[in-house]
Design a protein around this ligand. Structure first.
Ligand code: NAD
Length: 255
């Protein structure tokens, strides 16, 4: 196992849900965690609970990503970067009046989920590559991205979300190749339906939860952020885990 004692790590989206669970498990493993999130109130609270640092960060901004990386390298050699910041903005390709979806709305989701992920991971990788290797194999650290089963399935109104997460899946292997010579492993975890605030309330949330009926897990239930974090931690601490896309949906197959 990779020993994270004395290391630092970055968790984007670490103020909530899956990212928060990852931040807590990284801290338990001895890493000093930078919570890089837009949500200052919740992010600072989580950071103080786990002995980490909060950096207000919009993952789409290069200067914010640089600030998160700089904060982490102050705390110890950067060994892990978890890209959990993400969102959806549902909208059908054409609406009931046959008007096309606003292109800015589509682009926004791609910008946060795909370009934001690349922005932070590339800057984190640059810092990791400059750390002293952890062993004679030259291992330096691990990057884990959060995609979604929406990369493989398709729901109404989710073209931008599925495209963004398909992009995260698609870039996993080439980035793993790019970074292998630097001793950095890259993996992606693709969650199914996880009980976090991302769905909000109302019609949209209910539509998603209706898919629970297709679960082959007994009893049928949503996943917990903590369970996703177990998979993320496996990607970070198992030195043979690389260039993998892991579907973590408890057996829910959505249409
Ligand atoms: P969440 O809403 O609980 O947490 C997401 C966090 O990202 C929030 O704290 C939010 O402030 C932050 N964030 C949003 N935009 C940001 C930005 N531009 N810069 C920095 N931070 C930003 O969501 P979650 O359920 O924990 O989701 C985590 C990841 O897992 C996301 O990428 C999501 O798409 C993916 N995912 C979640 C599920 C699920 O069922 N919950 C399913 C599939 C994929």
């Amino acid at each position: 196992r990779v020993n994270l004692q004395g290391s630092s790590s970055i968790v984007t989206g670490g103020a909530s849900g899956i990212g928060e669970a990852c931040a807590r498990q990284l801290a338990e493993a001895g890493s000093k965690v930078v919570i890089a999130d837009l949500n200052e109130e919740k992010g600072s609270q989580v950071a103080s609970e786990i002995g980490g640092v909060f950096v207000k960060c919009d993952v789409t901004k290069t200067e914010d990503a640089d600030a998160a990386v700089a904060a982490a390298t102050e705390l110890g050699p950067l060994r892990a970067c978890v890209n959990s910041a993400g969102l959806g903005a549902p909208g059908r390709t054409i609406n009931r009046d046959n008007e096309p979806l606003d292109l800015d709305k589509f682009s926004f989701v791609i910008k946060v989920n795909l370009i934001g992920t690349f922005n932070v991971l590339s800057r984190a990788a640059a810092a990791m590559a400059q750390t002293e290797a952890m062993d004679e194999d030259g291992s330096r650290g691990a990057i884990v991205n959060l995609a979604s089963c929406a990369a493989f399935d398709g729901q109404i109104g989710q073209a931008s979300y599925s495209a963004s997460k398909g992009g995260v899946v698609g870039m996993t292997l080439p980035i793993a190749r790019d970074l292998s010579v630097s001793g950095i492993r890259v993996n992606t975890v693709a969650p199914g339906l996880i009980d976090t605030p991302i769905y909000g309330e109302g019609e949209h949330a209910e539509a998603f939860k209706a898919h629970l009926g297709q679960s082959v897990l007994f009893p049928k239930r949503l996943g917990h952020g903590e369970e996703l974090a177990f998979a993320v931690m496996e990607c970070i601490t198992n030195p043979y885990m690389n260039a993998e896309v892991i579907r973590m949906d408890g057996g829910i197959r959505m249409p």
